[in-house]
Design a protein around this ligand. Sequence first.
Ligand SMILES: *Cc1c(COP(=O)(O)O)cnc(C)c1O
Ligand SMILES: [Zn+2]
Length: 427
Amino acid sequence: MSAAVTEAPTSSEKTGPREGAFGNAVALACRECGHRVDLGPFYACPECFGPLEIAYEFPTVTREEIEAGPRNIWRYKALLPVPTDIETSPNTEPGFTRLLDARNLATELGLAKLWVKDDSTNPTNSFKDRVVACALSAARELDAKVFACPSTGNLANAVAAAGARAGIKTVVFIPSNLEHPKQVNSAIFTESLVAVDGNYDDVNKLASEIAGEEEGWAFVNVNVRPYYAEGSKTLGYEIAEQLGWRLPDQIVIPVASGSQLTKVDKAFRELIELGLVEEKPYKIFGAQAEGCGPVATAFKAGTDAIRPVKPDTIAKSLAIGNPADGIYVLDIARRTGGAVEEVTDDEVRAGIVLLARTEGIFTETAGGTTLAVTKKLVENGQLDPELETVVINTGHGLKTLDAISGQVGAAATIAPTYDAFKATGIA
Ligand SMILES: *Cc1c(COP(=O)(O)O)cnc(C)c1O
Ligand SMILES: [Zn+2]
């Protein structure tokens, strides 16, 4: 990996990854102007500074081939920028998480059909294991010496764990006010957890600077971001496959940088293009917390101008005040007939409790946000209760215990006697 990997070289100087290092990916293409550059550790267009995205030449891919693959994200390796022998490499194996038929929650919300895609069961208990697995593959193919990230918490957990298993040095950067369990869940895997006095946007700026100064560092969501981002497509592929190779009518997705939401849309469009699902309209909804809702604010104002905010919410995993893909989230929500909605921290807490009490799933604040937004969208008529709906649960509640510790606890503390128990009125 070369130093100062901020933008791609204009001429096509080969950086020399091995043949087949990125599978069916053929180039990096600018999302804004379409300019193409060779695959490498680049993320900004040399022509217009727009974000680079992976471009493919897909072979024919059949449902049967995919179904014969492993029960993890590598069953979709033909659609990802990874080598064809990926499942045999020392890598984490996230994905193929359950798609739960959420009947109790559907009844509670007045929805005809509701599914919860439960990504809290990935190796480090969030959807970030998907993106990190793809970023790690790219980092190794590009001969990176250090695997690093700025993170709102879950990404640091996933990077630290995947790096440990792959035997590659990891350095993860987080805002110093992060939830204690998320700090421990990184520190257990790496010696180099760096807590930065600042918010995520400060941490991200620092990471970009380090990426430009230090040789051979792969920052998963900075200089190998195009590869990282593709990992989120597997959520879309799995949902379609688990529905019996169909797209849902409506889907609600949390928004931090906006990467996940834009890649689920990309996955759905690719499945249509490849003939793996039938073309049909679908609506994509984004979920944010009011304390960090720059995309929701812009959506409601009917503008493309996303005003960065200073995050102040318990949904720390979504607390990105200046979301890199916010503009694309707005575009997708508008194009598909969806929306971007926001909820208060109290609604987030209520969302966590609602999912737990109806479906037995303990989600973190990001999932509480998604649930609460889903409820709000039903109430304000933006979600059609007759259509099939999917919500994505992106993380586990054990990592954000503090958020609900005031909400739930022992119903009573009693002496060890039957009389004392009887006096509680529980029986
Ligand atoms: C990172 C994260 C998200 C959203 O990520 P994007 O930056 O929008 O791709 C959602 N939920 C959880 C739990 C996360 O950690
Ligand atoms: Zn460009």
